[in-house]
Write a protein that binds this ligand. Structure first.
Ligand SMILES: Cc1cn([C@H]2C[C@H](O)[C@@H](COP(=O)(O)OP(=O)(O)O[C@H]3O[C@@H](C)C(=O)[C@@H](O)[C@H]3O)O2)c(=O)[nH]c1=O
Length: 181
């Protein structure tokens, strides 16, 4: 497995080693030892989540605050998404900056998003099944978020605005300037 650094410290693109043979392919989609060695960290995931979304769905931008913060290892089982990770660590020199990555069933790429980041994705295929591991449990009262179209973050979601589908909750998330850090 290969961990590729991004411009945001601690955020990595993960490329698994695909072993093909006459039956098809095999790969380790997650190996705690290899990942921790590659990232130089000690991460223990405690919850797996899976969601299905149709074309144009944006889920995000989400995080959990304080002691409930979650690192995530995200990937796509079916379809394709544009995944977005925003550095939301107040002390970080890259606070407010984001990276995007195309994650698909075909490229089998994963994104490791550390604690203190906002995360979201938009579906660019007909449907997408999204799967991710979290290193802290879901805690509803710790949920925080920022609007996907925040002008300071200036994320190019690539999908035409008329095609976007958001949850009611995500439609009323605050803008960055409304949040007390
Ligand atoms: C995230 C989550 C939601 N839920 C419930 C709450 C709600 O009834 C239903 C759907 O929740 P949401 O609308 O928040 O789901 P969703 O918009 O998919 O939220 C997710 O978005 C992506 C981008 C992330 O990074 C995740 O951490 C998470 O915030 O599932 C759980 O039971 N456990 C969980 O861990």
């Amino acid at each position: 497995m290969k961990a590729i650094e991004t411009k945001l410290e601690g955020c990595f693109i993960i490329e698994p080693n695909i072993i093909g043979d006459n039956r098809g392919y095999f790969f380790e989609s997650y190996n705690e030892k290899s990942l921790n060695e590659a990232l130089g960290q000690d991460i223990h995931f405690v919850q797996d989540n899976q969601s299905l979304s149709s074309y144009g769905v944006i889920r995000g931008l989400h995080a959990q605050s304080g002691e409930y913060a979650q690192a995530k290892l995200v990937r796509v089982l079916k379809g394709e998404v544009l995944d977005v990770a925003v550095d939301f660590r107040p002390e970080s020199p890259t606070f407010g900056q984001h990276i995007t990555a195309i994650l698909s069933a075909e490229n089998r790429r994963q994104l490791y998003i550390p604690r203190g980041f906002l995360h979201g994705f938009v579906v660019v295929s007909e449907h997408a099944e999204f799967f991710y591991k979290c290193d802290n449990f879901y805690y509803k009262n710790a949920e925080i978020g920022v609007r996907y179209d925040d002008p300071t973050l200036a994320i190019d979601w690539t999908v035409p605005i008329n095609d976007l589908i958001l949850s009611e909750k995500d439609q009323v998330l605050p803008f960055l300037h409304e949040i007390k850090l």
